[in-house]
Design a protein around this ligand. Structure first.
Ligand code: UDP
Length: 327
């Protein structure tokens, strides 16, 4: 297997997006340090503060002051988990870059195994949540249904139960960095890229503190980003629905014509209800199709603006070579 050449010791960037994690972040950092301290790699930790409204910025500044490996990238506002991850990835330069959540749901204890796999030559190490005991049945059910349908609708196969806890080689990270679309669904984008990939299963841990920041609205937005930016199937759905209803209309015409041809037209009930039915059906199909096209046009509109995915407010680093991350 051809692997990316690495430095000795290999450098590793850890990208951790955080949003309102004032209670969890210090505990998380201690847990992370306990895992990485004994490892024979040169680690750099990039915390991306995604416009937190609580005291996360102060906690991160304290962590950065005490730990020379830490850099804090503060975004100008809350851009969302996927944009924050992108900011961190953009600022990473190491041989390997690992992204994980700052709330303890992604066990840092997996990092040594991920790095072992990377050293064997895998360019992408995906982790897979195997049993989500803590997640409620609703989240589990919606997540299962989501992956089943997404994989049915698009050609890009996305691993069910895979989150944004993964390792990328420099080559894979650079490739991902070239993908600048605004509607971002990193799991799908990483699957789309290809590269030698391996899957590492794990059992999820409970959040250290705080609540999930993915409200139902945010989850639906992520699902829409995933479906509409990874598949043209909804467009075809509109077209097929239209086709089915046109066929129904044709059959009805033949049926009515048969009454006329056999001279039984007077036995036909007044056509108001059937006309109304057809009108409503056709109107419905048109509206669905237009709606689907509308969503795509909206997405195109967002993309053609070519806006940056995030803005950095400032970068805090106790390292002398802080320029390294001024991308
Ligand atoms: N997060 C973020 N920006 C947001 C929402 C979340 O940077 O707008 C961070 C959050 O602090 C956490 C990670 O992204 O480290 C995952 O978020 P969360 O735990 O809310 O999602 P879940 O794991 O519950 O799906």
């Amino acid at each position: 297997m051809a692997s990316t050449p690495v430095q000795n010791p290999p450098t590793v960037d850890l990208v951790i997006p955080v949003y309102n994690e004032e209670e969890a972040i210090a505990v998380f950092h201690r847990r992370l340090s306990a895992v990485i301290d004994p490892l024979p790699y040169s680690f750099h930790i990039l915390y991306v503060n995604d416009g937190s409204k609580d005291a996360t910025a102060e906690r991160l500044a304290e962590i950065a002051a005490a730990d020379r490996r830490v850099t804090v990238i503060e975004l100008s506002r809350n851009f969302g988990h996927q944009a924050a991850l992108t900011a961190g990835l953009d600022h990473s330069r190491a041989d390997f870059v690992i992204s994980l959540d700052g709330d303890g749901e992604h066990p840092p204890e997996l990092i040594p195994q991920m790095l072992n796999l990377a050293l064997q030559g895998y360019e992408v190490v995906l982790t897979q949540r195997v049993e989500a005991q803590q997640a409620g049945w609703f989240k589990r059910w919606t997540s299962d249904a989501f992956y089943r349908w997404l994989n049915r609708l698009s050609n890009t196969r996305i691993l069910p139960g895979s989150g944004d806890f993964r390792l990328l080689s420099r080559r894979a990270a650079n490739a991902l960095g070239q993908m600048r679309e605004y509607q971002r669904f990193l799991r799908g984008m990483v699957a789309w890229m290809g590269f030698q990939t391996v899957i590492l299963p794990y059992t999820p841990a409970q959040r250290i503190a705080g609540r999930s920041k993915y409200s139902l609205r945010k989850m639906l937005k992520l699902a829409a980003d995933a479906i509409f930016s990874f598949s043209l199937a909804p467009l075809f759905l509109g077209i097929s629905l239209g086709g089915v209803f046109l066929l129904l209309a044709l059959m009805e015409m033949i049926y009515v014509l048969s009454f006329w041809l056999t001279g039984r037209q007077d036995t036909l009930a007044p056509g108001w209800s059937s006309l109304m039915f057809v009108l409503l059906v056709v109107g419905g199909v048109l509206m669905i199709t237009l709606g689907i096209i509308g969503v795509y046009v909206g997405f195109i509109f967002q993309e053609v603006k070519h806006r940056p995915i995030y803005f950095v407010r400032r970068i805090l680093s106790s390292k002398e070579d802080s320029t390294r991350h001024d991308g």
